[in-house]
Write a protein that binds this ligand. Structure first.
Ligand code: CTP
Ligand code: MG
Length: 481
C-alpha cells in the first residue's frame, strides 16, 4: 500500500463516474490495440491530478527518479480512482528501476528506506520529508504463483506488469505529467462500468485466490446494476472457489466486510453463495438464505456481522465463522449476542412506550463494556426490524448502577453469594424504578432485599459455605437490631 492522500475516508458507495475524462480515455482505448504504449489521454487538468502533482512529497519523488533517469508511474487502484474523479486512498508507484537501483538512488539522495521485507517482490518503501511513505515497485512478472505469494522476475516492460494485475480497471498506469497508459482497455471498462479480469479469469484467480473476493468487491463499487455478472467469470470462480482455503481468514474478512458495506451487498452475497464460496469463507453448508433476505431488507444499514448472522442457525455456526475469519472480539461477541437474543421479544409493539426497556435491561445486565453492549443491542433491534428503537438505544446513555459490593460490605453485608444476591435484588429494584432510584433510595430497601434473598434457591445454585451462612445470620441480626 502506498501513501494515503488527505486521510480520506473509505468510500463505501459509488459516486457516478465523472464527465468526459473516462469517456475520452475509453474511446482512445477502444480504438487502440492492447499493446499500445499510451492511449494519449491526459489527466493533467483534472482537480484530482493537480492535487496530486502539487503534493510536495510526490513532486520530490518525481524529481529524484527523473534525476536518476528512471521512469516513475502511478499504478493500479490510484489510477482507477483518479480516472473516476475520486481521491485515491493510497498511492502505489511503479518503475523500471530494480530494487537495488532504487536503494542506491535513495542512498545517494539521503532518503531513508524502510520495511526491507518487500524488496524480494520488488517493493522499496521510502520515507520522504519525514512525513510520507511511498511504495515503489519494480515492474515484474509473477513467474510461479502459489495462490497468494509469487516468485517474481523483474522486467522493463510495462505491458507485462499490467498483464499480471487482477482487473482491467486496476491495470492502468499514469505518469506524473498526467498521461494515461492503458494496455487492457481499463478506461473503457471503467466507463462501461464493467468489472473483468485481465485476460483469462481462471488464470488470474489461480495466481491469487483472494482475487475472487476482490472481484466481488469491485463489482459492488463499479457496476451500474447488480445483474451484470459475466457468466465466464462466474464459471471461473465456481471452479476455483476451493482455492480460498489457502487464503487467511483476516484477508478474507477484510474483503468480505467491504463487500457487505458496499453497493448491491445482498445480490453479491447471494451470488457468492451461488458460486459455492460459502463453506470456504466460514459459512455452514446450508445457510439460511430466507432469513438473510429478510434481515437485509429490514436492516440495510446494519453492521456486516448483523446481516451475516442471519445466514447462521446457532452459536456453533457463529464460532465456526469466527474460527475461519479471526474476527475481532467485538465482532465475535456481537455475533454471539445476536444469535442468543434474536428470538426474544418477537411480538414487540413499537408503539409501546416502554418497548425499549428490555433492551436497556440487557445493556445494564451485561458484563461486557456498556458502549459495546449498547451497539450490540442497537444491531439486535435493526435485525428485528425496529429501526426507530435502534436509534433510541443508540442515543441512550446507560446510567450507572449506584450500588456497589463495597457499599454493601460497608453496610455490613456478608461477602460472597449473599452479597451477590442482594446486589442483584437491588439492581432489579433500580431497573424497575426506570433507573431513577438513588443509592439512598435503594439502601432504604436493603432489609427487605435481604429478606427476599431466597436461601434455598441460593443453596441449590451454590452450596454456601458454613461461614457464609453464619455471616448472613450475623448480618441479618445486626441490621434488624
Ligand atoms: N490480489 C491483487 C491485489 C492487488 N493487485 C494489483 O495491485 C494494485 C494495488 O493493490 P491494492 O492497493 O491492494 O488494491 P487497489 O486496487 O488499489 O484497491 P483499494 O482502493 O482498495 O486500495 C491493484 O490495483 C492491482 O493492480 C492485483 O493485481 N491482485
Ligand atoms: Mg490501493
Amino acid at each position: 500500500m502506498g501513501r494515503v492522500l488527505g486521510g480520506a475516508l473509505l468510500r463505501h458507495c459509488w459516486r457516478p463516474l465523472r464527465g468526459g475524462l473516462v469517456r475520452q480515455a475509453a474511446m482512445k482505448a477502444s480504438s487502440s490495440s492492447h499493446t499500445s504504449t499510451s492511449c494519449s489521454v491526459s489527466l493533467a487538468q483534472t482537480p484530482g491530478f493537480k492535487a496530486l502533482a502539487e503534493n510536495p512529497e510526490v513532486d520530490l519523488l518525481k524529481t529524484l527518479f527523473a534525476r536518476h533517469g528512471f521512469p516513475l508511474r502511478l499504478a493500479g487502484g490510484a489510477v482507477r480512482d483518479l480516472l473516476s474523479g475520486d481521491t485515491p486512498q493510497d498511492l502505489d508507484f511503479a518503475t523500471t528501476a530494480t530494487p537495488h537501483e532504487m536503494k542506491t538512488l535513495f542512498e545517494t539522495e539521503s532518503i531513508r528506506t524502510i520495511n526491507e521485507l518487500g524488496e524480494k517482490h520488488g517493493t522499496v518503501t521510502c520515507r520522504i520529508n519525514d512525513s510520507a511513505n511511498f511504495e515503489v515497485t519494480t515492474l515484474r512478472i509473477d513467474k510461479v504463483t502459489h495462490g497468494r505469494k509469487a516468485d517474481v522476475e523483474f522486467t522493463k516492460d510495462w505491458v507485462l506488469d499490467a498483464n499480471r494485475r487482477d482487473l482491467t480497471i486496476n491495470s492502468m498506469f499514469l505518469d506524473l505529467e498526467g498521461n494515461l497508459y492503458d494496455y487492457f482497455n481499463g478506461a473503457e471498462d471503467l466507463q462501461k462500468r464493467r468489472v473483468a479480469f485481465v485476460g483469462e479469469p481462471e488464470r488470474r484467480i489461480q495466481e491469487d485466490f483472494l482475487r475472487i473476493l476482490r472481484y466481488f468487491r469491485f463489482f459492488g463499487r463499479i457496476s451500474a446494476s447488480p445483474d451484470t455478472f459475466e457468466e465466464q467469470t462466474l464459471d471461473a470462480i465456481r471452479l476455483n472457489a476451493a482455492g480460498l482455503a489457502q487464503i487467511s481468514g483476516e484477508r478474507i474478512w477484510m474483503e468480505w466486510k467491504k463487500i457487505m458495506m458496499g453497493r448491491f451487498s445482498q445480490e453479491i452475497m447471494l451470488q457468492m453463495l451461488d458460486v459455492g464460496l460459502g463453506t470456504h469463507i466460514g459459512l455452514p453448508e446450508n445457510p439460511d438464505i430466507d432469513q438473510f433476505k429478510t434481515v437485509v431488507q429490514r436492516a440495510p444499514e446494519s453492521h456486516p456481522i448483523t446481516r451475516i448472522v442471519a445466514l447462521l442457525k446457532d452459536d456453533r455456526d457463529m464460532m465456526q465463522l469466527h474460527v475461519r475469519l479471526k474476527l475481532s472480539a467485538f465482532e465475535r461477541d456481537l455475533g454471539l449476542f445476536l444469535v442468543e437474543h434474536r428470538q426474544e421479544f418477537p411480538a414487540l409493539e413499537t408503539t409501546a412506550l416502554d418497548a425499549i426497556r428490555p433492551y436497556q435491561y440487557m445493556i445494564v445486565d451485561h458484563k461486557g463494556k456498556p458502549n459495546d453492549v449498547r451497539t450490540w443491542a442497537e444491531e439486535l433491534l435493526k435485525y428485528q426490524g425496529q429501526p426507530d428503537l435502534a436509534k433510541q438505544i443508540k442515543e441512550w446513555d446507560p446510567p450507572r448502577f449506584p450500588i456497589s459490593g463495597k457499599i454493601l460490605l460497608d453496610k455490613g453485608c456478608p461477602k460472597g453469594v449473599i452479597l451477590g444476591a442482594v446486589l442483584r435484588e437491588l439492581k432489579e429494584q433500580w431497573k424497575h424504578s426506570g433507573f431513577e432510584a438513588t443509592e439512598e433510595d435503594l439502601l432504604q430497601g436493603l432489609d427487605a432485599a435481604i429478606s427476599k434473598v431466597d436461601l434455598v434457591a441460593l443453596q441449590q445454585k451454590k452450596e454456601p459455605s458454613f461461614s457464609a451462612k453464619k455471616r448472613k445470620r450475623e448480618f441479618i441480626s445486626r441490621t434488624t437490631d
